[in-house]
Design a protein around this ligand. Sequence first.
Ligand code: UDP
Length: 326
Amino acid sequence: AKKHVLVCGGAGYIGSHMARWLAERDHRVTVLDDLSTGHREAVRWGELVEADIGDADALDRVFGNARFDAVMHFCARSLVGESVADPYAYYTSNVGSTLVLLQAMRRHGVDRLVFSSTAAVFGQPQSARIDEDHPRQPINPYGASKAMVERILADAATAYGLRSVALRYFNAAGASPDGVIGESHAPETHLVPNVLRAALGTGPALKVFGDDWPTPDGTCVRDYVHVDDLADAHLRALDFLDAQAGAHAFNLGNGTGFSVREVIAAAEAVSGRAIPYSIEPRRAGDPAVLVAASDRARAALGWRPAYDRLEPIIETALRWHAAQSF
Ligand code: UDP
């Protein structure tokens, strides 16, 4: 059955790809976004309600006007360094406002949620690949705020029967293959956009944060997963909740790590341009290696990332970035 989904944060990077993914599969989409970091022009699939999830009165109006089958919640502050510098802002947005949203869902009888979580809930990896049994010991307020919400979702399942799936993304990357929507943050702190902007000359030379990490080439290793593969996992998670009560969590990644140097090399191959970079000190809060074990998402959701290699992911991102520079 087709669903009406409230996509909170649907003007942002992952949320906008989600809204499109749902709409193109004949689901009905309402986007709720305060446009603090999202982009109005990224909301092309479904109607936009401009509001803050921390505004209970606004939520009562939104939930009062429509009968949503589920909420997908992408709103968050998500910069590790900023969270260390301003934890109150992170706990207020990521935990406080999420509670306001959860309470509105409860008041209005909406009992299904797919929640954006993160590999940052795990903190320093204790194993080469991180599965769902890995201890959750976040090392920064960003990761802690997401871990707190996961705990709240578990308690809400017990107390109120809320059905939820928390999806812990490793490194989201890439863009819609047609280049219509993509990743744009200001300031941009993420590796793939910064690499491509350096390649295209639309941004400064890349700063590589450390080449003395305990990894094969000395740069940090991450697991890059395409944004449409994340959207695919969310829709599967929603269907999963049709049959499953309780609070669930899955790790989402490709299971293969690439170093910063490998990302630069792949972007050079895809773009045909040399990428200027300098080696800089390590960035605070970065773990050396973060790679997912996503066997559970594969088994429970039937998820299989369509993009399992780095170059095609970067190619979609490049298409979008190239369109921005005209
Ligand atoms: N990184 C880098 N230069 C940049 C941005 C990121 O060297 O301009 C490195 C960063 O230190 C990390 C990796 O690239 O090791 C991925 O960082 P990103 O911010 O994209 O994602 P994170 O892993 O922090 O979620």
